[in-house]
Ligand binder design. Structure first.
Ligand code: SF4
Length: 481
């Protein structure tokens, strides 16, 4: 079956993917009408159908994607880890395969919004996006020819936040991703930074740059960091407000900015543009045509596309020094070092007399439920005050600089989601736990160790002792440990 998106990427032909936001606020018929019109544009190789955009359920992306394809537009279906465990995700992938849909955009997903009058939202995040990519790659090996896109945001202005985005992208690519798509952003230096990061590591995975047609309503929202991961700087907000006073409400100005961004992306060697903020085929055609006119001037246009945080982190900015606010405290550095030292002094990670003894003791305790429960209670009493342990039964503290993954509201094990705002969590009012992981790893010169793949926990072990599980080899943890 032909796949115009994969074909364009293979042929290294600059291409366009247009995001179709399938929220419940829009009638499905309107979306499909838009899909039909977009299908008539030869440079548009796919329509990217959202699921759970902004943390709310929309139309079924499989149904919308199938209907869009019937109208000639190849779908790229967003598959998030929100509220679907690994079995449910596997089933969705089998359904996609049965429908002949190949392009999947594997995402962590926004935390679900609370429903009015229903109390705080609850969510299941059984897998994270890296684990989801591994699952898809496994199904691909079983004969389902999926093409996997993943997200990355260079538009992070706190060092730990930004660098972990890049490290996590490397993990996603190692897990089997075929394509990366950036988050929204209006900062050419950051677009260039991502390209440079990949080139320096000889990673040639194609990347689509996000080109969002930014109107005043979206700009006002994004200026507050909503939807999670989208940020509009005060300077850009001011510009958009000014543009909105024009007779056309700023339409021409925002299409022009989108076209300029596309020209910059082409110049920087991006594989294509991921257009959001409009479903209008007329707008998209205008952006494509205008970007071609502007292409020779891309370097000058890049100089003007500077809506970042002037005091924020840029990877190759020699003037930058990490903010003291994000430097790990002496205590934060000491705890991992002490635990590491203890781990080294206790030879239990390979076949030694001590490991054999602890294995025998664990097996003995495991056969006596009262003893196993007492060990679990003791472990929790030690680890809860120190790490916020929640007795998941599959301890990976040693792979996360002694920060417990269960303290992340999305319980991720391979790095932060894209929802942070200046290093703060999208869900709860606290610093993102991954900032601590990064800062501690950097202080100990162990950043490369963060690239290890951490598998999803065996959830049937929840509430049991991870020590016993470890010595009985029934927990899940990185193989390389
Ligand atoms: S990873 Fe699991 S066992 Fe380890 S501290 Fe966190 S909740 Fe406890």
């Amino acid at each position: 079956m032909s796949n115009p998106l994969a074909d364009a990427l293979t042929a290294r032909r600059f291409c366009y993917v247009v995001e179709l936001v399938a929220t419940g606020l829009r009638r499905e018929a309107q979306l499909l009408e838009a899909a039909s019109r977009l299908a008539s544009l030869p440079d548009v190789v796919a329509g990217s159908i959202t699921s759970y955009a902004g943390g709310a359920l929309g139309h079924d992306p499989l149904r919308v994607g199938t209907a869009a394809r019937a109208r000639g537009l190849t779908p790229n279906i967003h598959l998030t880890c929100v509220n679907g465990d690994r079995q449910a995700l596997r089933k969705t992938l089998e359904d996609l395969h049965a429908l002949g849909i190949q392009n999947v955009f594997a995402l962590t997903g926004d935390f679900p919004k609370a429903q009015a009058g229903a109390g705080p939202a609850e969510a299941v995040f059984d897998l994270d996006s890296v684990q989801l990519v591994r699952l898809i790659a496994e199904m691909r090996r079983a004969g389902m020819p999926f093409s996997v896109a993943v997200a990355v945001s260079p538009f992070k202005y706190v060092e730990a936040d930004c660098m972990y985005q890049y490290v996590k992208l490397e993990k996603k690519i190692a897990a089997g991703a075929d394509l990366a798509i950036t988050q929204v952003g209006w900062d050419a230096e950051k677009f260039a930074e991502l390209r440079r990061y990949l080139a320096e590591r000889r990673i040639d995975t194609p990347v689509l740059g996000n080109v969002y047609v930014l109107g005043p309503r979206a700009a006002e929202r994004m200026a507050t960091g909503q939807p999670p991961g989208c940020w509009v700087s005060p300077a850009l907000l001011e510009t958009v407000r000014r543009e909105a006073t024009a007779k056309d409400g700023g339409l021409r100005a925002r299409l022009e900015r989108a076209a300029r961004t596309v020209a910059v992306l082409r110049g920087l060697g991006y594989a294509g543009a991921y257009i959001g903020g409009t479903h209008d085929a007329g707008h998209v055609a205008w952006i494509i045509r205008r970007s071609e006119e502007l292409a020779p001037r891309w370097e000058a246009l890049a100089e003007e596309l500077h809506f970042g945080d002037p005091t924020g982190f840029y990877l190759d900015d020699r003037r930058h020094t990490p903010s003291p606010a994000h430097a790990p405290s002496a205590r934060a550095r000491l705890v991992p070092r002490l635990l590491d030292l203890t781990g080294r002094l206790l030879p239990v990670t390979h076949d030694t007399w001590l490991r054999r003894l602890l294995k025998q003791l664990s097996a003995w305790a495991d056969k006596r439920p009262a003893v196993a429960a007492a060990v679990e209670r003791f472990e929790l009493a030690v680890k809860k005050p120190m790490f916020g342990c929640q007795a998941c039964g599959n301890c990976v503290l040693g792979d996360m600089e002694y920060v417990c993954p269960q303290t992340c509201p999305k319980q991720m094990r391979n790095g932060p989601c894209g929802g942070t705002l200046f290093g703060r969590c999208e869900v709860v009012d606290q610093p993102c736990i991954w900032v601590s992981v990064w800062d501690r790893a950097k202080a100990a010169d162990r950043v490369d160790a963060l690239k290890v793949y951490v598998p999803p926990p065996n959830r049937s072990l929840s509430g049991t002792s991870s020590w016993i599980n470890y010595f009985l080899d029934r927990d899940t943890r990185p193989l390389e440990r």
